[in-house]
Write a protein that binds this ligand. Structure first.
Ligand SMILES: Nc1ncnc2c1ncn2[C@@H]1O[C@H](COP(=O)(O)OP(=O)(O)OP(=O)(O)O)[C@@H](O)[C@H]1O
Ligand SMILES: [Mg+2]
Length: 428
């Protein structure tokens, strides 16, 4: 047979990596052979030999490829060019392995060439089959039809894959953006909280100091002032002595004025703490927390019940930090609650305290975690900081209140934020 190829039109490349590729090769070869007008017997012969070579490639090499071309030698024909490399050393293949059924393959192709390159561990099998009397131009005219048939399922597969990857990428991007947003929010909350805490502490120090000063001066003034006035009234002092003592009383009055100013300063309205109704603040905090936690609540289909004490419970609070504490506790409860779980938020009061408690029906807090909760940052969550409850405790301390936890395994947890019914801090 004449070997010189006059024209070549490349049709398709198929990568051969695993057993699943064998039927793929078979189908493509069948389609192309069918379009060439081969009879059924020949089509089956070609497809079978192509899939047998493919099987051999899969079993012995890591990377293989099949390139199918239209070629023109004398007449038009198909060229199937298998190339393989990697894995098994060619030398180690038994003669049967690569000269497998060569005699049979020879019957199927007009031209078959096997090239080995043991140094590079490569093998190529070039198979050509020709049509007896087809015109090259007619075949070229069919090119598009053949390509369409060959690529149809591949395109769909490719598109489907692409669509999936695309939506996966979008989802990840959205998730990352949301996470970043949440992190930003938490960051600014934390920053605000820290500066609030500093201000609160500063304010408390000033209040305590002024009260102390006022107290320390008030008592001696009372004693000195009282004695001085008694002395002025007494008859055993001369007029000039009484004048001198009057001067002392005047100075004492000045001191008293200063003490009064100090008193007023500490009694003055706090910049941070205001008298509020616990029920109103809880309702506000709950509505705001819902906006942040909607997704998690909906995902688990958690139902939340808010039970409010009827009687107004006035307490002194810093609204912003209160809301933050509430959000942290509710977030923990939502995380802990089972799917279809229940959370109850309840306000109430006891002798000296008012409280809001959040109860979930989650797994409870294990003893070893509970023991460390406020002593160190501890978290059982993949992205938890373990700072949440420590912050809540600090906020409660600034409110002269406390946090109480009741928990039992598999039954759930109640976190109670307790506030003094009246501001206990001296001077309030
Ligand atoms: N309601 C709860 N039910 C069960 N375990 C809880 C509950 N609340 C807190 N915990 C446990 O206490 C740990 C500490 O909670 P904390 O709020 O301090 O930090 P975190 O929630 O882990 O992290 P972060 O608050 O930064 O998201 C949690 O990891 C969890 O193991
Ligand atoms: Mg938390």
């Amino acid at each position: 047979m004449e070997k010189k190829i006059k024209s070549r039109l490349h049709l398709i490349n198929l990568i051969i990596k695993h057993e699943n590729d064998i039927p793929k090769v078979r189908t493509k070869v069948k389609i192309i052979a069918n379009c060439m007008g081969f009879d059924r017997f020949r089509i089956v012969q070609l497809a079978t030999s192509a899939s047998e070579i493919t099987r051999f490639m899969v079993q012995n090499f890591q990377n293989s490829k099949l390139e199918i071309n239209f070629i023109q030698i004398k007449n038009a024909g198909i060229q199937m060019l298998f190339t393989a490399s990697g894995q098994k050393k060619l030398d180690m293949l038994s003669k049967n392995d690569y000269e497998f059924n060569i005699t049979i393959l020879n019957n199927f192709f007009d031209f078959l060439e096997i090239e080995k390159s043991p140094d590079e561990n490569k093998l190529s099998i070039n198979c050509i089959t020709q049509l007896k009397d087809s015109l090259w131009d007619e075949l070229i005219a069919k090119e598009e039809e053949i390509r369409n048939l060959c690529f149809k399922d591949m395109e769909e597969y490719y598109l489907e894959n692409l669509k999936q990857k695309h939506s996966e990428v979008l989802r990840l991007l959205k998730e990352t953006a949301n996470k970043n947003l949440e992190l930003d929010k938490m960051n600014s909350q934390l920053w605000q909280l820290t500066s609030d805490m500093e201000m609160l502490a500063q304010e408390r120090t000033i209040t305590e100091l002024t009260l102390k000063v006022a107290d320390k001066i008030r008592n001696p003034i009372t004693v000195i002032g009282g004695t001085a006035i008694r002395l002025i009234k007494s008859e055993c002092l001369s007029e000039s002595e009484k004048k001198k003592i009057s001067a002392i009383v005047k100075e004492i009055e000045k001191l008293e004025l200063i003490v009064k100013e100090f008193d007023e300063l500490s009694m003055g309205k706090s910049r941070f703490f205001e008298k509020e109704n616990l029920q109103d603040i809880v309702e506000e905090s709950y509505n705001e927390a819902l906006m942040v936690l909607t997704q998690q609540i909906a995902k688990k289909n958690i139902s939340i019940n808010l039970i409010k004490e009827e009687k107004p419970l006035h307490f002194i609070t810093n609204k912003r930090t209160f809301k933050l504490a509430f959000l942290h506790v509710l977030r923990n409860a939502v995380y802990a609650a089972h799917s279809e779980g229940k959370i109850t938020i309840k306000t109430g009061f006891s002798e000296n305290n008012s409280f809001v408690e959040i109860t979930d029906n989650g797994p409870g807090i294990p003893d070893e975690i509970l023991a460390k909760l406020f002593k160190e940052t501890i978290s059982t969550k993949p992205t938890g900081t373990g700072l949440g409850l420590i912050l809540v405790k600090r906020i409660l301390q600034e409110h002269q209140g406390d946090i109480e936890i009741e928990t039992s395994k598999d039954k759930g947890t109640t976190v109670r934020l307790v506030f003094p019914l009246r501001w206990k801090e001296a001077g309030k």
